[in-house]
Design a protein around this ligand. Sequence first.
Ligand SMILES: *Cc1c(COP(=O)(O)O)cnc(C)c1O
Length: 357
Amino acid sequence: MKKYNFNSGPSILPQEVLQQASEAVLDFNGIGLSLLEIGHRTQWFLDVLSEAQSLVKELMQLNDDYDVLFLQGGATMQFMQVPMNLLGSNDTAAYADNGIWGKKAIEEAKYFGNVDVVASTKDKNHSYIQKNFSVQPDAKYFHYTSNNTVEGTQWHFVPNVDVPLVVDMSSDIFSRPFDYAKHDLIYAGAQKNAGAAGVTLVVVKKDILGKTGRKIPPILDYQKHIEADALLNTPPVFAVYVSLLTLRWIKKEGGLIEMEKRAKARADLFYAALDTLQIFKPLVEKEDRSLMNATFTIEDKDIENKFLEECKQHGMVGVKGHRSVGGLRVSMYNAMPLSSVQAIVDLMEDFDKSERG
Ligand SMILES: *Cc1c(COP(=O)(O)O)cnc(C)c1O
């Protein structure tokens, strides 16, 4: 039986994407070769790459001021590659500290220049998103994490600052209409909402590059990747293809408007149950809740473990919270059907009833 997949990442993908990806491993588009056996400079792969790049721009509604790269090293690599390319050693960058991923980005940026943490939610265990903060006008950029995968908060607005915007969208990219054009650099590890592990999407506005005065090794230099038409070295061919299939699926299903509609339906269903059932406690403030990752807890840890055991019995995986915060987490990415959310809500209702006698 197929499991209910609430994993936070790598995570659920559309069934048809899995089907098409596995067919391509055996015979890519009927050419008599596996996708894994073709050169990255063949027309076959050039077509994959250019279609993926143009679908990214189309879904994000971006013009040719932007370039689309498929890099390696995960979103974690971007924590250092962003400041290496954008922050001169005497410059300052502004950062929001909303949780574990933002904190890591801050630590990496310190290797390259000065960091000003202008917004931090550490005071309340990152259970909310701060609305009032200001950024020095001479900051090179402001960096934030649009969706905090671990803590379960999400920015439901674009920060209103007068410096270039850099965003880590690893866990909510392509999940909603979003003002991408207000941003100068957008990045996301693909394995949460945009494909398989092994590739990181980086979308960059070209005119912010080349200003640090720093010598950058070519493999880490966005400009060099752009000049090489995103083929500076061998890209992760299979992972790029899975992203292409995922992008095609998003477009076919109705694009970002439809993705948001579904995300809201799932989140509404889940949070309504969470707010009603006494045994489960939400961890974040209502207005800042993530539509992708719902975090919650059961106060009595023995009962919490019992609930996790129940989930397992019912074929529900990925419900345990991140090791750094504990508790419970249900991730509901683009590919998750509403019926899966209904299934765990039903289980939670039954569990709540039986535990309260
Ligand atoms: C998962 C995640 C990361 C880390 O991604 P890797 O690809 O494992 O490096 C960074 N930021 C956010 C918001 C994430 O959810």
